[in-house]
Write a protein that binds this ligand. Structure first.
Ligand code: B12
Ligand code: SF4
Ligand code: SF4
Length: 304
């Protein structure tokens, strides 16, 4: 990957736009976003991109909201370069992106009530492989431009743990996306963006200074109809594991269901790397009002 004089001019003029354009272009053109064994089926729609200040105090708060192991962007970048957080440059930024599932995938999952559709399952597996390529691409691009960069999720130090509520990690992509103003959490636990909840997300930490995206949400759950007092609860009915209730999402029940789901190999034939490539569930993220849009925004618009 080469970085031309033209790219340098773009970077100086508007770094945020350059980053957004690069992510959008990669999603739009990469063969990794296409399933060759399904006539080049495209998995992800146009991305959403947001930026957070690497030293935003919310990252320190996550040590209490999640667990003390959750890394701040400064710790994550320093660890990737084998240095101390204090040795990192003064200004750090976090780039966060959202990959919305295409309509056909969402529609196919709406028809299911026990296991995910073939398209959802493939998108869970190959779509995350694409997400991984996008992380790599962005880190290489920033490195070629002369900046420090790391995708914490792809680093050997990324870990998942379990506490009494269930699994958590030391780099939660959704909490990063929340910090970058891309959406909020919900009753089902999923992250609701302007393109809905049927998404995947990822992030990169860098010392390229980027404009902080505004956090317009009123609070960490304000894109969910339930938390603004609307009787929705559609996700509760969608969950075959009874892992969602009016008090929230039981991660342990959900995880157990994902392990014991008993996918039928015959009905998912084609294009598998191995056993693991039949994966996911996400029934609570389709056939619900938050599937492909911010339902609270829609409701407010309808009331205008
Ligand atoms: C461990 C894990 C799981 C676990 C636990 C999920 C969880 N809620 O943490 C299990 C196995 C259950 C799981 C299931 C699924 N997963 Co998963 N999983 C992860 C993983 C690897 C780590 C998550 C993590 O670190 N969580 C941290 C804990 C602390 O988060 P939490 O408990 O939800 O946090 C709550 C509190 O912090 C609370 N909160 C309380 N006070 C405050 C205050 C503030 C200010 C804030 C911001 C929050 C907050 O808000 C949160 C929501 O209640 C991530 C990848 C990653 N590195 O991020 C993917 C990820 C979360 N999974 C994802 C997906 C898509 C799924 C599935 C749909 C499976 C599938 N692909 O078909 C299901 C969905 C389950 C559900 N109902 O949400 C996506 C999320 C998509 C979305 N719209 O949210 C992620 C981000 C993967 C990705 N790269 O996109 N997953
Ligand atoms: S289905 Fe309704 S209650 Fe459940 S997360 Fe979506 S908006 Fe919230
Ligand atoms: S991912 Fe499946 S099992 Fe987990 S909460 Fe959603 S519908 Fe229930």
């Amino acid at each position: 990957m080469t970085f031309s004089t033209k790219d340098k001019e773009r970077l100086e003029k508007n770094p945020g736009e350059l980053i957004y354009e690069e992510i959008k272009e990669f999603v739009g053109t990469s063969s990794e976003n296409r399933l060759s064994f399904l006539d080049g089926y495209v998995m992800w729609d146009e991305p959403l991109v947001g930026f957070a200040d690497g030293d935003d105090e919310i990252f320190a708060d996550y040590k209490t909201i999640i667990e003390p192991e959750h890394l701040t962007p400064r710790e994550a970048l320093a660890e990737a370069y084998g240095k101390s957080p204090d040795d990192m440059p003064t200004h750090l930024s976090v780039i966060s992106w959202i990959l919305p599932a295409v309509e056909e995938t969402r529609k196919s999952n709406r028809l299911e009530s026990r296991i995910p559709s073939r398209l959802w399952s493939h998108t869970r597996w190959y779509g995350e492989k694409f997400n991984e390529k996008l992380r790599e691409y962005m880190v290489t691009l920033l490195d070629n431009m002369g900046y420090l960069a790391t995708a914490p999720f792809s680093q050997p130090y990324f870990k998942t743990f379990t506490n009494e509520k269930g699994p958590y990690s030391n780099w939660s992509e959704r909490h990063i996306a929340y910090a970058a103003g891309l959406g909020t959490f919900s009753l089902s636990d999923g992250f609701i963006t302007e393109s809905g909840i049927a998404i995947r997300c990822a992030s990169v930490v860098t010392d390229l200074v980027l404009p902080k995206s505004p956090r317009v949400a009123d609070g960490p759950y304000s894109n969910c109809l339930h938390y603004i007092g609307v009787n929705c609860l559609a996700c509760i009915k969608r969950c075959p594991a009874e892992a969602i209730s009016e008090t929230g999402h039981d991660k342990l029940k959900c995880q157990q269901y994902l392990h014991e789901i008993g996918y039928s190999r015959e009905s998912y034939a084609g294009g598998y790397d191995n056993e693991k490539s039949i994966a996911g569930c996400g029934l609570c993220q389709t056939k619900v009002p938050c599937e492909f849009e911010n339902p609270v925004k829609r409701m407010k618009k309808e009331m205008e």
